[in-house]
Ligand binder design. Structure first.
Ligand code: ATP
Ligand code: ZN
Length: 300
């Protein structure tokens, strides 16, 4: 039994596209866990955090019902469930804490190559198959389009060849599934990525400290993904040019160089990736011995 008062429960996808990324994120936050025999729960060993492995579609509901304090799911699923909750009169089912920059995909229209409908403006009176009826109906309403929406729980791309729909509205990342079914990808109605969700219910004081700590660590993990630590030698006078060249740099640490009165060592953290072009430009303004190192952890 998990003590709900003191241990944080996080819902993540049991097995699918988001699972490895979500576990990797939590492991980078320092979480070590053992998985129960039924594989449904991961028991945190070094933090009061337990993982609940479930279908991604169930995650928003578990957070909304306060069964879990936090959850990680795609915006597509989160937004679909949110609109469904709204129809039940529940307006703010959960708090969207932050975007996690993985699980990128888009919900887009797909037009059969041989069909007469090839754009949103021709959708009036058509039949559209989708796994996201709430998002699609909401979009059609905003655009003032009257169309029939039929729900497919999977394999939406075969609906046109079965004669069930004129058009589809489905998730795409590379576009190969649509192409293989002779469907042309059209307009995007939702750009999606993974989101961290939090329960709308106040979290007990026992848990708040660890929730805050975890959120801060997640922020740190997100920041270091792109960050680099750069070291170089340079003439003192080149300092303004060098700072101007470094993207997202904080103010640099400048150290004297033994035996060189006019040269310094510069150390700086950049919050963006550093490309070869930047290194060449640094060299052009006088920098030498340039080293670029990955940042493993960061705490603001
Ligand atoms: P579950 O058994 O958990 O319900 P699923 O079949 O719904 O699994 P996956 O195919 O693993 O789910 O996709 C999970 C999430 O991954 C999607 O909801 C979406 O947010 C994201 N995703 C990223 N790229 C794609 C893609 N090309 N197709 C579908 N989902 C994608
Ligand atoms: Zn699913």
């Amino acid at each position: 039994m998990i003590d709900k008062r003191t241990r944080i429960k996080i819902a993540i996808q049991k097995s699918g596209r988001l699972t490895d990324h979500s576990l990797d994120l939590l492991e980078r936050c320092g979480l070590k866990y053992t998985r129960g025999r039924d594989q449904l729960i991961g028991y945190g060993e070094n933090m009061p955090v337990d993982l609940l492995f479930v279908r991604d579609d169930d995650i928003p509901g578990l957070v909304r019902d306060d069964v879990c304090d936090l959850g990680i799911a795609g915006l597509n699923v989160i937004e679909e469930k949110r609109l469904e909750f709204v129809t039940e009169g529940i307006s703010d089912p959960y708090i969207e804490v932050c975007r996690l920059d993985y699980g990128h995909c888009r919900l887009a229209f797909g037009y059969p190559e041989t069909g007469s409908i090839q754009a949103i403006r021709s959708l009036e009176g058509s039949t559209i198959a989708t796994s996201y009826p709430f998002i699609l109906r909401d979009f059609l309403k905003q655009q003032n389009i009257a169309a029939d929406v039929i729900e497919f729980s999977g394999a939406v791309e075969i609906a046109p060849s079965l004669g069930r729909a004129d058009v589809i509205c489905d998730l795409v990342s590379t576009g190969t599934t649509m192409a293989a079914n002779k469907i042309r990808e059209g307009e995007t109605i939702l750009e999606s990525e993974c989101i961290l969700l939090k329960t709308p219910v106040a979290i007990s004081p026992e848990k708040t400290e660890w929730v805050d700590r975890l959120l801060q660590r997640i922020e740190g993990v997100m920041q270091v993904r792109e960050s680099k630590y750069i070291m170089m030698h340079a003439p003192k006078v080149a300092l303004p040019d060098i700072t101007a060249l470094l993207p997202g740099a904080e103010s640099p640490t400048v150290l004297p160089l033994e035996g060189f009165a006019d040269k310094v060592a510069i150390h700086v953290v950049c919050r963006e990736n550093i490309f070869w072009e930047t290194l060449e430009a640094l060299k052009d303004v006088g920098a030498s011995s340039i080293l670029v190192l990955p940042v493993e952890k960061m705490l603001a």
